[in-house]
Design a protein around this ligand. Structure first.
Ligand code: MLT
Ligand code: MN
Ligand code: ZN
Length: 306
């Protein structure tokens, strides 16, 4: 199983277009040891030619251009992106769907019922796509059953519901539904290896910890360093919890959670990193602290073979 990080940043990207925080300013001006990152997405493949896109970010076209393996050019009109999963209905995970409209066949789209509802109402990209290529919708099971995608033979996928919030434009924003947000485990049936991906992880419920403990690769919520980082910087009124994210530091934070996972050989990688997060500074003390805990920070183009 091959996994590639297309976009390792949270919504907004790094640098964010209108942001002049220490990090954004520093990466823009080249005064900081940090690298640019596009918005949240990975791809998974069994054969290195047919890929499942997990989250379609607003940066999708740039991400495709940056990864030639997504452009096998087997026909006049062709893409290595065989199908798409979106893990929630957030802007940073779904607006790229509109960029796939030139397909000549309906786009295979794997989403939960809750996400499909949002993508047909509050942010109706599925309804809009009906006027172009259309969508071939596949339901993601939430009962623990795994599902497969024809283009990825030998890979099974398990979805787990996460407790978080639907986006602000969701008709059920104040009435959370199972399936508003999911985590995914990719299982390679030949190697037996498992990768767990959850760019948004608000609470570590027992079923989430169980999935994390069984994984050989963890690609998990790296949005914020402290719970009130955005407030401290005067950039937002929302805490990490308000945003449905678990900060890295503090009691019960992601560092502590990852420390509790002791599976031999497991790789622990933070992904979906907000532009305010000091872990973006490659030679900073926060990055050193992560390294002491065996935790890596994802970057665009990071690849895994499991
Ligand atoms: C989030 O996960 O909180 C998002 O990145 C927010 C957004 O896309 O605006
Ligand atoms: Mn996001
Ligand atoms: Zn910034």
């Amino acid at each position: 199983m091959k996994i590639k990080v297309l976009g390792s940043s949270a919504g907004g990207g790094f640098p964010q277009w209108n942001c002049n925080c220490w990090n954004c300013d520093g990466v823009r001006n080249g005064t900081l040891n940090a690298q640019r990152r596009t918005q949240s997405s990975i791809v998974v493949s069994a054969n290195g030619e047919d890929w499942l896109l997990i989250n379609a970010s607003p940066d999708l076209l740039a991400q495709i251009a940056a990864h030639p393996e997504l452009q096998p050019a087997r026909r006049a009109r062709d893409s290595g992106i065989a199908a798409v999963v979106t893990m929630d209905a957030q802007i940073d995970h779904v607006t790229g769907l509109l960029m796939l409209r030139e397909r000549d066949t309906p786009l295979p789209l794997y989403v939960t019922d809750a996400v499909l509802q949002d993508l047909s109402t509050g942010l109706p990209v599925v309804s809009i796509l009906a006027h172009y290529c259309g969508v071939e919708r596949h339901a993601i099971p939430l009962d623990g059953a795994s599902f497969t995608v024809p283009a990825l033979p030998g890979i099974r996928i398990e979805a787990l519901p996460l407790s978080s919030k639907a986006p602000p434009y969701s008709p059920h924003r104040e009435a959370p539904q199972r399936g508003d947000n999911i985590g995914l485990t990719f299982i390679d049936e030949h190697s037996g290896k498992r990768a767990f991906y959850a760019p948004g992880l608000g609470a570590l419920e027992p079923h989430v910890l169980e999935a994390m403990n069984g994984a050989d690769l963890l690609l998990v919520d790296g949005t914020l360093w402290t719970p009130d980082e955005m407030i401290e910087l005067g950039l937002s009124k929302k805490t990490a919890a308000d945003m449905g994210h678990l900060a890295q530091t503090g009691a019960g934070g992601m560092i502590e959670v990852l420390d509790s996972i002791e599976r031999a050989g497991v790789r622990k990688v933070l992904i979906h990193i907000n532009n305010t997060n000091p872990i973006l500074i490659e030679d900073g003390p926060e990055r050193r602290r992560l390294a002491e805990h065996g935790i890596e920070v994802a970057f665009d183009g990071l690849a895994f073979e499991l």
